[in-house]
Structure formats: C-alpha cells, structure tokens
Ligand binder design. Structure first.
Ligand code: ADP
Length: 508
C-alpha cells in the first residue's frame, strides 16, 4: 500500500543496543527507555526491539516467550532466533527481545572487562536482520523505523536495499539517530560478508570508511532522515575536530541532519517523588532536601560530615571524552588549600583513569570519594546531594547528567560543547538579571578554564547565597521533560516521510 501523507499517529519501531531499565550503559539507554513513552502520550504507537541479553532479567520485570521463531542468513550460515516480550514500565509499550543465546546470553552487553566482544559485528547484524524479519512475522504495520547508533546501523541499509518494496514494508520511512559519533562499529572488511549485502555497497559513500566496514556510516548513508541529540552537536560533527573521520559524510548528508535535545524521564528523575532520596524536595524546600542527601552521601562514602563544604560530583563513564583528567588536575591543585569535597561515581571506563581517581581518594579519604561501578541509587543520591556537578567533557552529544542536575538544584559547571552548550546558561550579570542563569560554562583551555569556572562557582556558593539560590531555582524551574523533545521527534518523522518520498522520486 502506498501512502501520500505521513501518519499523524505513526507506529514507530525503535531498535537499539540498550534501553532502561532492561540494559543500560549510558544516555542511549535512557533515551530508548523514555522517548517511546512520551511519543505514546502523544498518540504515536511505539514498539521497542532489543537483544535478549542475560542482563534483561535483572530488573525483575515480566518477560514472556512470544513463540515466534525464525532463521536469518549471517554470512554463509542460517542462524536461528526467537522473540521474547516485555513492557516498558508504567506503559503498555511492547518491548521485543531478540533471543539468540550464543550471541546475547553473556555476562556483558557489549563486552567484558572493558574489552568489546570479538563477534560484535555478527551480534548486531543478527539483531538488525531479526528486527526486519520480525516486522513481517508479527504483522506489525510500521510507519517509522527508528534506528539508534551503530548497533542498529545496518537497519536503514536493509530497509533500502532489501525490504523497501516488499508488502509489509512499503509504508516505512527510516530515521537514524546518532547518540555518540565516537562509537562507530568499525570492523575489518571481510565482515561485509556477515551483512549479506553486495560488495558494491562497500564504498566510501556508503558502508566503508578508511578501509573498514563502518556500521554507523552505513546508518548515515541509508537513512531517510538523521538526527543527533543536540543542535550544537549536529553542527560540531560536521567539522574535522568532532567528526571522528565521518565529518565529510555528515556534511554530505547535512540536508537531512538535525538535532533534538534529549529529555529526562521525570517519573524517574524528579526530586519531589524520587524514592532513592532520604528526603524529597521541591524548589521551595531545596535547601533542606539537598542537605539531607548531602549528609547521606558524606556518610555513605566516608567524606567528612560538613554541611558547608562545597561538594562537587562527577557521574559517568571514566573515559577520555568525559574530561575526568581535567577534574583531577584541578583537584590536585586545590586539595591543600580548599575545603572542597569531590565525589566520583565511576561506571565503565579506562582502568588507568580509575586508578588515578582511586589514588586521589586513597590519599584524601575525607575529601575525595569514589564509588565504583554502576549504581542507580548512588547516581540519584549524588545528583541530589552535590552542590555542583562537573562535566568538563571534551565533547558531549547531549549529556543527561547536567539535565538531572538542573532538575535537582545542583549547579552544573560544564565545558561549552554539544548539548552542554545547548542546555546550561552561563552565569553573568546579564543572565542573572534576566533570570536565565543556571550554571557555569567554560570554553576551550582545559583544566585551567575548568578551575576558573569552578572558583567562580565556589565564590558565589560561599559568599552570595542569594545568587546561589537563584541559580538553583532557575535550573529547577526549567522543563527538560520528554514532552518538548517528543513533539520534535514527531515532526522529524513527518519530515522523514517527505524526504523518503523525495528520494524515491529521485531513485525512480
Ligand atoms: P553517556 O551516554 O556518554 O554515558 P550521558 O550523560 O548522556 O552520558 O548519560 C549517562 C547516563 O548514565 C546518565 O543517566 C547517568 O546517570 C548514568 N550513569 C553514568 N555512570 C553511572 C554510574 N556509574 N552509575 C549509575 N549511573 C550512571
């Protein structure tokens, strides 16, 4: 069936490597766990596809076997799989888990002990082929195929090359979202055989980059529309400094590329209702509320119990991108003369960085704390208990922690890049006067610039409590919920429909 107009209530298939609460390593998981719910509230009909990792059962939500089995070609063999089904919490949204135990029933999601699984190409080629087959097998009438990051990068190609003209697939347009351009799914060229696609697509405008198969580039090449997770990042990635070798490709596709800032799930991240805090609070009760969380953080981490000392937090993956080394430089300089406290919640990451953070914590246990591993409760407690959130990221596609911080009255100090530049308003006489100041942003210049911004923040924290209170209030009163972004995604789907039709006309 050919259609002339986009469906105002589209059925949207999300395909991704992770979604909260089933499996999450970073912001991608938050987005795929939350955006479908916001779209459903607007009348769209989302459905989510994920691999059936061992991890998915850990959250304790019901998951049933759908009784659908299939085989798909992977390289020269036929690989069998099946489908399980659950629901996104507090919603009626189906989540299908692609089951293939050899690929997914493992201790890790993408790898173990910081080493990616050697067969990741095969694992995610299988995911994409399984998703395409499931559309037909489940009788889903999909309007929009929304693929996320390199794990789902093959989907737009499969759609365009193999499936577009088949009966269950004719109405589909596909959208590809880049959550982080650094992770591209690059594999040696012989893995092209796993995709089952013709070698003629292995060229520099489509699936090849620098001699390798590149699944992120594949998504970019075959998408009807491309989005990334902030306006500034959408522009940055078209430059060599931020493009990770794909800036040429992104410039080439700039007519279909835009940015939509992520939202936050305020059923999960909301200080008035957050069950992981010792005391809930609103902007009217922020001082007492945050004091209770700060005390809990100090108690749980061994930091000295001091309500007045400014507590700065870092939450995130310990990777070069996040600029943890810059924080450590400032920390080293300040640790002698200032009463500042530092808390790191460090998930996945580089062992060398973790070692440095641990060394700082071991040398100054009353002033520097590190909580290792992935801890949702600690992420909430620290976001509430800290006075300042540090995000000196070298690049940041969107960043979610600064949005959580704003909502929790924690003042962000951030490098003015990507989504950080789009969401934090620097404090100046002008922005204080017009009530827009929410934090501190600094430009290029490394630890020195971070130190300057942090010094200014501490000065206001200590000496100008009324200004500090205004910063907190301004941040807490902003709306970063998904409602705003969901409207923008619906508009993107509409545009993708017209772009696809334009493309189909050109192809014809
Ligand atoms: P990225 O996607 O680059 O990792 P984002 O800021 O977009 O960064 O999202 C990070 C998400 O992961 C946030 O929800 C943050 O709270 C969460 N997170 C990161 N590290 C940890 C950790 N160690 N424990 C719990 N949550 C974490």
């Amino acid at each position: 069936m050919l259609v002339d107009e986009p469906n105002p209530r589209p059925t949207v298939l999300f395909a991704a490597g992770e979604a909260f609460p089933f499996a999450k390593t970073g912001g991608l998981g938050d987005v795929v766990g939350a955006l479908p719910k916001a779209l459903a509230e607007r009348g769209a009909r989302p459905v989510v596809f994920l691999p059936a990792y061992r991890e998915i059962r850990r959250c304790g939500l019901p998951i049933v076997d759908v009784g659908v089995e299939f085989t798909v070609p992977i390289g020269g063999k036929q690989v069998a799989g099946g489908l399980l089904r659950g629901k996104l919490p507090d919603s009626n949204i189906d989540v299908y888990f692609v089951r293939q135990d050899d690929y997914y029933d493992r201790p890790g999601i993408y790898g173990e002990k910081n080493v990616a699984y050697a067969d990741n190409c095969e694992r995610y080629v299988f995911l994409c082929r399984a998703v395409m087959e499931s559309i037909r097998l489940l009788g889903l009438e999909i309007d929009v195929l929304h693929a996320h990051d390199w794990h789902a990068g093959l989907l737009p190609a499969l759609h365009k090359i193999e499936y577009r003209d088949r009966p269950s697939y004719e109405r589909i347009t596909n959208v590809f979202t880049v959550h982080n351009l650094q992770y591209q799914g690059e594999f040696w060229h012989w893995d092209m055989l796993l995709t089952g696609l013709d070698w003629r697509y292995f060229n520099w405008r489509q699936m090849e980059a620098f001699g390798k198969l590149n699944l992120l580039k594949t998504g970019l090449a075959f998408a009807d529309a491309i989005s990334t997770v902030s306006h500034t990042y959408a522009l940055e990635i078209q430059t060599p400094d931020f493009g990770y070798g794909l800036d040429g490709m992104l410039r080439y596709r700039s007519d279909v590329l835009g940015g939509i800032v992520n939202g936050i799930d305020d059923t999960i991240w909301n200080p008035t209702t957050d069950v992981l805090l010792p005391k809930n609070y609103s902007s009217a009760t922020v001082a007492e509320g945050k004091a209770a969380s700060k005390e809990a953080v100090q108690k749980q981490t061994g930091l000295v119990r001091d309500a007045a000392a400014p507590l700065a937090a870092f939450i995130g993956r310990l990777v070069e991108q996040k600029g943890v080394d810059l924080i450590l430089e400032v920390l080293d300089e300040w640790i002698v003369d200032s009463d500042m406290q530092w808390a790191f919640l460090a998930g996945d990451g580089e062992p060398a960085l973790l070692q440095k953070v641990e060394r700082a914590a071991a040398a100054h246990p009353d002033r520097v704390a590190v909580v290792k591993g992935y801890s949702e409760p600690m992420a909430h407690l620290l976001t509430a208990g800290a006075d300042i959130l540090l995000m000196p990221s070298r690049f940041e596609p969107c960043g979610l922690n600064q949005l959580y911080a704003l909502k929790y009255g924690t003042v962000p100090v951030v490098h003015a890049v990507g989504g950080l530049a789009d969401t934090v308003v620097n404090t100046s006489a002008a922005t204080l006067a017009d009530g827009t100041a929410t934090g501190f942003t600094f430009g290029d210049g490394g630890a020195h610039r971070l130190g300057e911004s942090l010094a200014l923040a501490c000065e206001l924290y200590r000496g100008r409590p009324e200004v500090w209170a205004a910063l907190r209030r301004n941040g807490m009163e902003q709306d970063w919920s998904w409602s705003r972004s969901a409207d923008e995604y619906l508009e993107l789907y509409r545009q993708a429909f017209y772009l696809a039709h334009r493309q189909a006309t050109v192809d014809a």
